[in-house]
Design a protein around this ligand. Structure first.
Ligand SMILES: *Cc1c(COP(=O)(O)O)cnc(C)c1O
Length: 471
């Protein structure tokens, strides 16, 4: 090694010499000659750049072969990988939202592996309906007359608007013109669905007479949107669903409720805050409700639309429905989740979302305690580790003003000459580089792993020996 200079470019071995090296020959067997050659060329080029910049560059054959091997290994790794979500946000959109129950994993695996009766009626031997596998269950659980499913709830809202209000006006309360993380904005969705948004009332207060004066011959629909990720407090007023349903029925308009998350169980019966349910909205007179499959419902990404039979038939006849339809893996996963809801006595035991929301702090603490010592050992001299009380949240716009008491492992970098924030980032990035990356959050000067969603501490601990903080 040692300092190199421009003249050291001559020390770089030729590509032919590298390709005939013993170590590289083994890589060629594994990854193919063309790919190894391409990577070798890239490696040599970046070494040349380094040498010209005056960097320390190890030009030994062994070192170059190691870099080439590392490059090949990292690019052959799957891009989409499992991670530990220890952020404290249970339904984290960036981390794939709901974890599926085992019965869904089994159902998807089976359906993926071979042919199925996806659109085939086994009784008659004729063509069947792909949605039929889930819609019966949705109706049974929600009390809806009919239902249909699409790719996600954003698609559900678009399909409803485009089918029932194309070229017409849709009245929405100003307080509900929300943006939901990941670029779902009601005004934009409305425009792209071919509808004209009519904003009703003010941000904090909307009254029945505001709606009445907004309706005219051009109006096709009144839509209520669950405020999801924020709460308006103080001097507020909104119109009850039942009142909106009444004025819609009188004027022959569709009344649609976008529930966002929606849940098919009464969360209060588990001691949690209430989240609006499709059952309640339909009972209040909604003609249609829309909600997500992978929020509190705890299933795969999907958009569920339930309500009046005649309206669902119109949705299914829109060519957009064909473009937004669910695939067989989604249908397999969703139907098995809905079957769990049919036996709701032991639902929390089988549905990961509910299980993690309801997990008690003592249980989490007991599991996390031994990990503190293990982590302290691996981070000796680099960070101090302790158990802390922290707050989890459900996320994805569900239960927005409610936090769930939880227990986390907090790590604080040891005092050091570098900038404290830089050290914190290095700590977080070391956890992200583990074989199964660990995602935590930085909170009040600590790197925190909220342990509410950790259910396999042994596997978690087993990979900690590979923790490496890069200075
Ligand atoms: C989350 C949400 C959506 C979007 O649902 P996706 O399933 O993410 O497409 C739409 N409306 C509301 C009110 C939401 O909370």
């Amino acid at each position: 090694m040692g300092n190199t200079s421009v003249s050291d470019l001559r020390l770089l071995p030729s590509i032919d010499r590298l390709l005939s090296a013993q170590d590289i020959k083994a890589l060629i067997t594994q990854y193919g000659r063309a790919e190894v050659k391409r990577i070798t060329r890239n490696e040599l080029e970046s070494m040349r750049v380094g040498i010209r910049q005056g960097d320390n560059v190890d030009t030994s054959i062994v070192a170059i072969c190691n870099s080439i091997h590392a490059r090949l290994k990292s690019q052959s790794r799957q891009s989409l990988r499992r991670v530990y979500n220890l952020t404290g946000t249970l339904l984290h959109t960036n981390l794939g939202r709901a974890t599926l129950p085992q019965c869904s994993i089994d159902a998807v695996t089976e359906i993926m592996a071979g042919a199925s009766n996806l659109e085939y009626d086994l009784d008659s031997g004729r063509r069947g309906e792909r949605d039929s596998h889930v819609c019966r269950l949705i109706c049974g659980l929600s009390g809806a007359e009919a239902a249909t499913i699409v790719n996600n709830n954003a698609a559900a809202v678009m399909l409803v608007l485009n089918t029932l209000a194309l070229g017409k006006e849709v009245a929405v309360s100003r307080g509900e013109l929300v943006e939901i993380g990941g670029s779902f904005r009601i005004p934009d969705i409305m425009a792209r669905s071919g509808c004209t948004l009519v904003e009703v009332g003010t941000t904090n207060r909307t009254h029945l007479h505001d709606f009445e004066s907004a309706l005219n011959a051009q109006t096709a629909m009144v839509m209520k949107v669950h405020q999801s990720n924020y709460v308006i407090e103080g001097f507020t007023a909104s119109v009850e669903e039942a009142r909106l349903a009444e004025i819609c029925a009188k004027s022959n308009l569709a009344f649609v409720v976008d529930l966002g998350s929606g849940t098919l169980v009464d969360l209060e019966s588990y001691g949690l805050a209430q989240e609006p349910t499709p059952m309640q909205a339909l009972k209040n007179g909604a003609d249609l409700v829309t909600f997500s499959g992978d929020k509190l419902l705890g299933g795969p990404q999907a958009g569920i639309i339930a309500g009046r039979h005649d309206l669902i038939r119109q949705l299914n006849a829109n060519p957009m429905k064909r473009a937004l339809r669910c695939d067989k893996m989604t249908i397999a996963a969703l139907s098995s989740v809905l079957q769990l809801y049919q036996h709701s006595d032991d639902l929390p035991e089988h549905l990961p979302v509910l299980k993690s929301i309801l997990r008690n702090c003592d249980d989490i603490r007991q599991m996390a305690l031994p990990l503190v010592d293990i982590l302290s050992n691996h981070l000796k001299g680099k960070a101090t580790v302790s158990l802390i009380d922290c707050d989890s949240e459900t996320g994805s716009g569900t239960l927005p003003d409610k936090v769930i008491a939880s227990v986390g492992i907090a790590m604080r970098p040891a005092p050091h000459c570098s900038d404290y924030d830089v050290l914190l980032d290095r700590l977080a990035s070391a956890f992200r580089r583990l074989p199964v990356p660990v995602i935590g959050r930085i909170h009040r000067g600590s790197f925190v792993l909220d342990c509410r969603c950790l259910d396999n501490p042994q596997a978690f601990a087993a990979q900690l020996s590979e923790l490496e903080i890069i200075e």
